[in-house]
Design a protein around this ligand. Structure first.
Ligand code: SF4
Length: 280
C-alpha cells in the first residue's frame, strides 16, 4: 500500500503559537491559569495542558484571580472588558489572522457598510466577528442563506470566517455582486487553511481512501473531511488512530492522510504506522 501524508496537515501557525503561549504562561505565571474554552479542539492536548496547570473555563465569571488565556478564535470586546473589570490578567493568544478579520469587521461598520459575515452561526470566531461588526451585521453560512432583499441597492461589506472554503466565498460574491450598490469583500480566509485544503484535495484525487484526523467539533477538520469526501467518497474522519477499521481500506492501493489545524502532526505518522501494520 502506498501512503501519502500531507505536508500541510496538523498544527497551523496560529494553533502552534497559542500552545507555545499557553506553555510559556504555565511556566512563568503566578496563580491559577485558565483558557477561555478548550485551547484547541483536541482532548488529548487539553488534558496534557491541564496536567501542566492550565485548565479551561467557560466564562470569565468562573475565574476569581490569576491569568486567562484567550484562544485562537478570539473573543468579543465585551468578554475582554468583563475580564479586565474582574482584575484578571489577560494573555491574548488570538490568531493574528483572526485579529485581522476582527479589524476588518469593525472597519466595515465604521465606513457605513452593511456587514455580512460568511461563517458558521454559533462558531466562537464568528460570534466575535459579529460583535466587532456591530448590530447591523448578518451571518450567512452560504450563498443560498442570503436573503437578497436585505442587500438590494445597499453598500455591503463582507468578512469571512478564517476557515471557510474559497468556493463558498466565490458563490456568495456571485450572488451579492448584481444586487448591491457597492460591494467590498475582505477575503479574511487564512492561508494555512487554504493550503491545507489544497494539499489534501491533491492527495485525495490520487488516493483510493482518505483519513482525516481531528476533533469532530473542529470546524476546520470537519470542512477538510467534507472537501476530501467530495473527491474521494471513501474518506474517514477520525479523532484518534484507535478508530481506524481495516475494512475501510480493503482493496485500496493508495491511502492519503491529512489532519486538521488542531491535530498534533505526529498523529498522521501514527495513522501511517497503523496502515502499515494492518493493511491486508
Ligand atoms: S487556521 Fe489559520 S486563522 Fe485559524 S488559528 Fe490556524 S493560522 Fe490562525
Amino acid at each position: 500500500m502506498k501512503i501519502l501524508i500531507s505536508s500541510r496537515g496538523g498544527y497551523c501557525y496560529g494553533v502552534q503559537r497559542a500552545l507555545d503561549i499557553a506553555h510559556d504562561a504555565a511556566s512563568d505565571s503566578q496563580g491559577p491559569i485558565h483558557t477561555l474554552g478548550p485551547i484547541i479542539h483536541n482532548p488529548g492536548v487539553v488534558n496534557r495542558l491541564a496536567e501542566a496547570g492550565v485548565s479551561p473555563v467557560d466564562k470569565p465569571s468562573q475565574v476569581e484571580s490569576g491569568t486567562l488565556i484567550l484562544r485562537t478564535h478570539g473573543v468579543t470586546p465585551q468578554v475582554i472588558a468583563e475580564a479586565k473589570e474582574r482584575g484578571i490578567r489577560i494573555v491574548d493568544a488570538t490568531c493574528p489572522y483572526v485579529k485581522v478579520a476582527q479589524e476588518k469587521a469593525s472597519s466595515l461598520q465604521q465606513q457605513g457598510y452593511l456587514p455580512i459575515i460568511l461563517g458558521e452561526h454559533e462558531h466562537p470566531e464568528v460570534v466575535a466577528l459579529v460583535a466587532n461588526a456591530g448590530e447591523r451585521a448578518a451571518v450567512v453560512e452560504n450563498a443560498e442563506e442570503l436573503k437578497i432583499g436585505t442587500v438590494k441597492g445597499k453598500k455591503v461589506g463582507v468578512v469571512v470566517q478564517t476557515t471557510q472554503a474559497s468556493g463558498n466565498l466565490a458563490a456568495l460574491a456571485a450572488r451579492l455582486a448584481p444586487a448591491c450598490r457597492e460591494l467590498l469583500i475582505h477575503n479574511t480566509m487564512c492561508n494555512a487553511t487554504q493550503k491545507c485544503q489544497d494539499e489534501a484535495l491533491k492527495l485525495a484525487r490520487k488516493a483510493d481512501a482518505v483519513i482525516v484526523i481531528g476533533g469532530r467539533n473542529s470546524a476546520n477538520t470537519t470542512r477538510l473531511a467534507q472537501l476530501c469526501a467530495e473527491v474521494q467518497p471513501r474518506t474517514h474522519h477520525i479523532e484518534d488512530v484507535e478508530e481506524l477499521q481495516p475494512e475501510w481500506f480493503a482493496g485500496a492501493g493508495t491511502v492519503a492522510i491529512t489532519a486538521g489545524a488542531s491535530t498534533p502532526p505526529e498523529q498522521m505518522d501514527a495513522a501511517a504506522r497503523w496502515l502499515e501494520d494492518n493493511s491486508p
